[in-house]
Design a protein around this ligand. Structure first.
Ligand SMILES: [Zn+2]
Length: 446
């Protein structure tokens, strides 16, 4: 048993507790005792100074987009012009450059306190759609990259069949396509079977979007996820052009189309959900679906502001994602949900800090029901945020300090499933994450 004495810890409520003794055996928390400074077991405990929170869940990631940071923030444009820049990186990657880029990006995530990632993985095949000898080599590459830095991964194997509603795949998109959803399912089965019973990998499914998966193919993906009890994610209504194309072709919104295919429910996550009708909001809420907000990406891509408060009030769970990796900082995403609501409504206080931390620690939408809380029986994920940095000094020991004052750079200690990954701000497996990122991004961009 390893004991940690947390100076302060957030146990899921509106305030923090002090002198919290957390005992860990193997990968699980076995006991949690507040006000335990004088407890005999606290004598030899590892001291965690600052506020300790559960491990953070990055529910929506495209790891290779990390190669775009600082390169695509120039000039003018839209989501669609950004997408062309993203495709230029996607068409160059091979298993080696993708591994290096994903490993370095995942290491950055671990340093930011992330202990589970949902990788929305659609780069399946070689250039021009040529099949690798193992058609899942790039999926395994993502798993290997996550494992090499100690990060749990939910690989959301993404079905991507069309270049737009009614359009064929073209150019770099040929690398994403499996032909039809039945062929996608066969490949996804082969991938998932490899990780059956793994303690650090979940294979889930994704419908890339209603742009990329024709309506008659969506039920195949939905059925695959249902058959395996696996998470199912989809990009939903990130752009109004997607809504327009969907309405024109199918007479329904993307959310309605997915609802008709049986997708909605507690295993489903709608990513972005930016441009929704009132009916869409109530459909997602009443089914207990999850909505993953990615505020830093939604700003960067000029997407718009999604109705986070209305969704939560309707019954939807919220999660957060770094998506395009413009920023890897779930505290920034958490406060972004509230701050964007303030800009949209010109009123303050839509979400309290505890609600935002619940979104930042929502591992359940990635299939990890036992993670995301500091409680006996939960996976032993602990993330400590310092209160003595230039950013956090003077802030109270409260959830507000974590959400509204801290950045990813204030994470000092990360334990994932009982394993110490970050100590005093240093990744224990990767001596120089910045250098690995620089090398990997340069190789990916060529
Ligand atoms: Zn995305």
């Amino acid at each position: 048993v390893i004991s940690y004495l947390c100076e302060h810890a957030w146990l899921g409520f509106g305030s923090c507790e002090s002198d919290v003794l957390v005992q860990v055996r193997d990968d699980r928390i076995v006991s949690v005792r507040p006000d335990a400074a004088g407890h005999p077991d606290a004598a030899g405990a590892v001291q965690l100074r600052g506020i300790t929170v559960p491990g953070l869940a990055n529910a929506h990631s495209h790891a290779f987009h990390r190669a775009l940071r600082g390169h695509t923030q120039t000039g003018r444009g839209t989501f669609w012009t950004w997408r062309e820049q993203m495709y230029r990186v996607a068409e160059r990657l091979d298993p080696d450059t993708l591994f290096a880029l994903a490993r370095a990006t995942y290491a950055e995530m671990v340093l930011a306190g992330i202990t589970s990632v949902g990788e929305f993985h659609y780069l399946h095949h070689g250039p021009a759609g040529r099949r690798y000898n193992d058609p899942n080599v790039l999926g395994h590459t993502m798993v290997d990259a996550a494992r090499s830095v100690g990060l749990r991964i939910t690989l959301l194997d993404t079905c991507y069949l069309a270049g737009g509603v009614g359009d064929e795949l073209a150019g770099p998109q040929l690398r994403f396509g499996d032909g039809d959803a039945t062929a996608w399912a066969a490949r996804a089965d082969a991938l998932a079977d490899v990780y059956t019973g793994a303690s650090d990998v979940v294979v889930g499914a994704a419908v890339h979007s209603v742009r990329a998966v024709p309506a008659d193919q969506v039920p195949v993906v939905v059925g695959w996820a249902a058959g395996r009890g696996a998470p199912l994610h989809a990009h939903v209504s990130e752009q109004t052009a997607e809504n327009d194309a969907c309405l024109a072709a199918y007479g329904r919104t993307p959310t309605q189309l997915l609802a008709d295919a049986g997708a909605l429910g507690p295993r489903f996550t709608a990513v972005h959900a930016t441009h929704l009708s009132a009916q869409d909001v109530s459909a997602l809420g009443s089914t207990g679906s999850c909505v993953c907000m990615c505020p830093s990406t939604e700003r960067d891509l000029a997407d718009g502001i999604g109705p986070a408060r209305a969704l939560a009030s309707a019954g939807a769970a919220l999660s957060l994602g770094s998506d395009s990796q413009a920023v890897v900082d779930l505290f920034e995403e958490a406060r972004g949900v509230e701050l964007d609501e303030r800009l949209a409504t010109r009123a303050r206080g839509h979400f309290n800090a505890g609600e935002l931390l619940l979104a930042a620690t929502n591992h359940a939408s990635l299939g990890w029901a036992d993670a995301g809380r500091i409680a006996a029986g939960a996976l032993a994920d602990l993330v400590t945020v310092r209160l003595d940095s230039t950013r956090t000094a003077g802030a109270p020991a409260s959830p507000e300090a974590v959400v509204f004052a801290a950045t990813a750079a204030d994470v000092t200690h990360v334990v994932a499933a009982g394993r110490v990954l970050v100590r005093d701000g240093d990744h224990q497996l990767i001596p120089d994450v910045g250098r690995e990122l620089a090398t990997a991004v340069a190789a990916a961009r060529g």
